[in-house]
Design a protein around this ligand. Structure first.
Ligand code: ATP
Ligand code: MG
Length: 252
């Protein structure tokens, strides 16, 4: 269980995460949606300790995120950030192998090598394992970062806009992969998405952020409504039901 307890993040006078409390039990796929600047990435960064909260506490399986040793946290929780700045002179294989670091502390075993290979295969990059990151297209690089998170094999896997730059084939394969992960016992996928139709199709639960707050939280059928479109996203659109899932249609 991830327990986000009255978390606030301020930059100077600006409140970017405003008293958010959220309980995320183990299991399933949780989509986080919301307009640009709503605080989604900040919430993920707080949860994974990339930044410190101004106030409030976050616990992962009872472990206080502000105090947990790196290794303990990294074995429970992985995060793929929205922006990744890494040394370009790193191969895909090297990058993905970093995901195993919390498990092997830099002394990879045969099992680590197998997991790295499996993660690279999962994202369809088997022919690119020896390529340097700066020799990849945007979508390929994105998939390499997802593979690193897969290799980490944490119980809670956080992904910030993992579908950026992906073509429809790779976007669908990635969401199916997240769905399979979320269906495994004890595994939880938390994923920031902009496409409401993707959130509706793959998430068990959708959390909506707006101006630093959680303004809606529930099953896609409860959350994805015309009111959400107009009040949160400022578009007028239709919400239909196709094969039991919500589908948003906004006229051109
Ligand atoms: N280091 C920072 N200093 C000051 N303001 C910041 C900083 N980082 C983020 N912000 C502000 O905090 C707010 C929330 O940013 P955040 O990146 O969490 O939004 P988001 O919901 O992820 O948006 P997007 O959909 O565009 O990725 C924004 O208004 C942003 O400008
Ligand atoms: Mg963001």
């Amino acid at each position: 269980m991830i327990e986000i307890d009255k978390i606030c993040k301020r930059y100077g006078e600006t409140v970017v995460v405003d008293n958010v409390s959220l309980a995320i039990p183990r299991g399933g796929v949780i989509g986080i949606v919301g307009p640009n600047g709503a605080g989604k990435s900040t919430l993920l960064s707080l949860t994974s300790r990339l930044i410190k909260p101004t106030s409030g506490a976050i616990r992962v399986d009872g472990l206080d995120v502000s105090k947990a040793p790196n290794r303990d946290l990294a074995r429970r929780l992985s995060v793929m950030r929205q922006e990744n700045h890494v040394a370009a002179r790193l191969t895909v294989g090297d990058l993905v192998a970093f995901g195993r670091f919390p498990h092997n502390r830099g002394r990879p075993t045969r099992e680590d090598a197998e997991r790295v290979k499996a993660a690279i295969d999962f994202v369809g990059m088997e022919t690119m394992a020896d390529r340097f990151l700066d020799q990849l297209s945007g979508g390929q690089r994105q998939r390499a970062f997802v593979a690193m998170a897969l290799a980490q094999d944490a119980d809670y896997a956080l992904f910030d806009e993992p579908l950026n730059n992906l073509d429809i084939h790779h976007a669908v394969s990635m969401m199916r992969l997240f769905r399979r992960m979320g269906d495994q016992p004890g595994k939880t996928v938390i994923v920031v998405l902009h496409d409401l139709n993707v959130a509706a199709a793959y998430a068990d639960r959708v959390v909506v952020m707006q101006a630093g707050r959680v303004v809606s939280d529930g099953r896609p059928t409860e959350v994805i409504t015309r009111t959400l479109l107009s009040d949160v996203f400022r578009v007028e659109g239709d919400v239909m039901e196709i094969d039991g899932r919500r589908v948003v249609n906004v006229a051109p």
